[in-house]
Write a protein that binds this ligand. Structure first.
Ligand code: FAS
Length: 390
């Protein structure tokens, strides 16, 4: 099988890249290890930056998003038994939008299938050869070893993918910070309460309450890294969420049946080597952010935009400037976004054996973000997302 760009991974990065390249008439094949049902069923991110929404709309996959996306125009943070609220709408009216990653992925997959373009599910990439001049992607599908010949390889295969391993100095240029806790996430048939959302810093640990739709809540508890997601009954989970979200108002969360439980490690990771020969990597394959800043999916879309422009330059305009500069361009958006996500994580979580002094420092940070003019501006621009260079 031959194509111009072989894309490994049908997550937000790979799917968005394929869609943008399609608009430039560039042929792609997507190889995805998991089944179609598995990919569509994965529950992950839920908050889209303004830029992500505009990108999806610009490339013709924003119809359902326009209908079902829920605008987020203010953020609530609770700490020390009080609720604080701040607008995150900026002077040009930009705001965040709640729209599950599963819907973004579904919209992109259904569009690709409607266009009759190749996407191979249950096709596991095992090896990459000849990345310098005539790349070959070796994969297994239908029990048979197969090869996809292409001019460029897009490694959009996530943190545990294979592609980063083909960048010689990736390990030497990687930076990792593991947090000593995880997030226990639930999906529940409980209409999100408009007054009970956002982050709650509490001495028992962080809680997060967000919406997936008008009737589905997405909520999280900070837990130890090895937490057993089935250890607590639904009642216990709701009681713990209410304890941590308590702001003295007597207001409680709307409760309902918990339909999904998962646990996500918190780590910050950046690989500063994002290309080698005719291989470029994007998204979680190159970086991981703690979900506190709701940035993972949004960074993946940003990388896909740059990679599409780099490949268009090489394949259609005989211009390799962006290609040559791909890593540096992506890193200018990745590092500040990772830094923000880590600042949010450092401020909102309780660390093992944390002193009361550190807790007071966290309160000062939160107060700065919620109640000072410069802090609110910093918080708003960080949450809304950096502008795109490309
Ligand atoms: P993805 O991991 O989404 O996609 C990579 C794809 O490559 C996968 O489909 C995988 O099956 C495939 N693949 C891997 N190896 C392969 C191989 N060898 N051959 C073929 N295919 C292969 N981000 C937020 O912003 N907010 C959140 O609330 C949030 N919650 C999260 C919760 C969980 C449990 C997890 C794991 C992540 C969460 N994230 C969140 C981060 C997440 O949204 C990622 O940032 C986002 O999926 C990144 O997209 P991709 O880079 O496309 O990687």
């Amino acid at each position: 099988v031959k194509t111009e760009v072989g894309i490994i991974g049908a997550g937000p990065a790979g799917l968005m890249l394929a869609r943008i390249l399609q608009q430039h008439g560039i042929d792609t094949v997507i190889l995805e290890r998991r089944s179609r049902a598995y990919v569509l069923g994965r529950i992950r991110a839920g908050v889209l930056e303004h830029g992500t929404v505009e990108t999806l709309k610009a490339y013709g996959v924003g119809e359902r998003l326009k209908r079902e996306g829920i605008p987020i125009k203010s953020m609530q943070i609770r700490w020390n038994g009080e609720k604080h609220d701040t607008s995150i709408v900026d002077e040009s009216g930009r705001h965040l939008t709640t729209y599950g990653q599963a819907k973004v992925v579904r919209d992109l997959i259904e569009q690709r299938e409607a266009d009759g373009l190749p996407i191979r599910f249950e096709a596991a990439v095992e090896r990459l050869d000849d990345l310098e001049d005539a790349p070959k992607i070796r994969f297994v599908a239908d029990g048979a070893a197969q090869t996809l010949e292409c001019q460029f390889v897009a490694g959009c295969d996530g943190y545990h993918g294979v592609s980063r391993g083909y960048i010689p100095d990736a390990a030497a240029q990687s930076h990792l910070r593991d947090y000593p806790f995880a997030w226990f996430g639930i999906l529940a048939e409980a209409a999100p309460h408009p007054d009970m959302r956002g982050f709650a810093h509490s001495t028992r640990g962080l809680a997060v309450a967000s919406a997936r739709s008008e009737s589905i809540g997405r909520l999280y508890l900070q837990v130890p890294p090895d937490f057993d997601v089935n250890a607590m009954s639904d009642e216990d989970v709701w009681d713990e969420l209410d304890r941590r979200m308590d702001d003295g108002s007597g207001q409680r969360l709307n409760r309902g049946r918990i339909t999904e439980r998962n646990r996500a490690r918190l780590r910050g990771f950046v690989c500063e080597a994002m290309q080698h020969g005719r291989l470029l990597i994007a998204g979680d394959a190159a970086h991981i952010v703690p979900p506190s800043g709701a940035k993972g999916l949004n960074l993946a879309i940003g990388d896909a935009r740059v990679m599409a422009e780099a490949l268009r330059g090489r394949l259609r305009a005989n211009d390799d400037r962006i290609y040559a500069d791909y890593t540096a361009i992506c890193l200018r958006r990745i590092w500040p976004t990772v830094a923000w996500s880590c600042q949010m994580s450092d401020t909102l979580h309780m660390f093992p054996d944390q002193s009361s002094f550190t807790t007071q420092m966290q309160y000062q940070n939160l107060n700065h973000w919620m109640h000072t003019e410069t802090g609110q501006r910093r918080f708003r621009t960080a949450m809304l997302g950096l502008p795109y260079e490309i």
